[in-house]
Design a protein around this ligand. Structure first.
Ligand code: FES
Length: 322
């Protein structure tokens, strides 16, 4: 193609270094850069086997094309077989261990609160574990509490969340526990087609989560009215922060991003295409921080419940701000 175009206006412009030469130059520069990077990776990987240390070149392939290029190329890191076996020298186990500790603590605390069936409200405040409040005494089922009826919905949303899957596959199932670390049942991952096939219901869990946000924001509104007077107290602030963090977590969800516009092939021809593109752009911006919102909102729920429980038991008194 280079030969055939020799003498054309475009090739003359290229020889003069004009605008038409830039795409070709950029492509050649990109090829050279990526080729050099690939060579460095191969050399570093080979060396890592000898030195038992993994050192990858810091600079990724040309520009932001890194993710796309990497997605299509298999980069084989040296992985040893056997749970926890690795050539890595860093503290790779800290992340999974912290995740395991926090998630286990939350599950234990939420289970305790679901069975406790007491101290879930104070004045106009209602704990997020018991919202919306459903009357269970008349159902005639022993041990059934309002929290047991509603917690499966937010719990299902988190359990099927794309981020949390990574977190608990690593920290609980050790499948694998970290990058380039041997896991349990190495190489036997079935995707989410067998035991974990229900993970595909995440989009439906999202619909329930959106509904729960309405209940929780309504609880916040009620929390503004204490004894019939408008005001802001410590509990009001806790409810507000909890709703805000949960909203950020929910609206940064990958399924929500797909729902509002990610699933469209063409914004210009779709109904409300321009509006959906704007919403999709906004969701994409907060989607980047989905992991952070997942953790902050988890702490937000637990601390809001803890605050209301402490008020209800008389352990603390509410702070009046104005
Ligand atoms: S992907 Fe995490 S809540 Fe949807």
């Amino acid at each position: 193609m280079e030969e055939a175009s020799h003498g054309s206006p475009a090739s003359k412009a290229r020889s003069r270094g004009g605008p038409a030469s830039r795409p070709g130059s950029r492509a050649r520069a990109r090829q050279a850069h990526d080729g050099a990077w690939r060579e460095n990776v191969n050399a570093a990987t080979r060396a890592s086997f000898d030195r038992r240390v993994i050192v990858l070149p810091a600079e990724p392939p040309f520009g932001l094309g890194c993710a796309g290029k990497m997605a299509n190329k298999a980069v084989h890191l040296p992985v040893l077989s056997g749970p926890g076996q690795t050539l890595r020298k860093d503290a790779w186990w800290v992340g999974p261990a912290v995740t395991f500790t926090i998630l286990t603590s939350f599950i234990v605390y939420a289970t305790f609160r679901a069975f406790e069936n007491a101290h879930f409200s104070y004045g106009e405040y209602l704990s997020p574990f018991y919202s919306p409040l459903v009357e269970t005494k008349t159902m005639g089922i022993p041990f059934l509490t309002p929290a047991m009826l509603i917690l499966p919905f937010p719990a299902g949303f988190r359990f099927t969340c794309y981020y949390y899957r990574k977190a608990y596959y690593r920290s609980f199932a050790m499948s694998p526990p970290a990058c380039a670390v041997g896991g349990i049942r190495q190489g036997q991952y079935n995707g989410e087609r067998k035991l974990m096939i229900f993970q595909n219901l995440h989009r439906f869990a999202l619909y329930a989560a959106l509904l729960f946000l309405v209940f929780l924001w309504h609880d916040f509104y009620k929390g503004l009215w204490f004894g019939g007077h408008l005001g802001v107290r410590g509990g009001t602030v806790m409810l507000f922060l909890n709703c805000t963090f949960l909203s950020l977590y929910t609206f940064s969800c990958h399924s929500f991003r797909h729902l509002v516009g990610g699933g469209l092939d063409s914004y210009s021809t779709a109904p409300l295409g321009q509006l959906r593109h704007k919403v999709w752009s906004w969701v994409s911006r907060i989607n980047i921080n989905h992991m952070a919102f997942a953790w902050i909102s988890l702490f937000g729920v637990a601390l809001t419940d803890l605050y209301i429980r402490a008020l209800s038991t008389g352990a603390i008194t509410d702070i009046r701000l104005f």
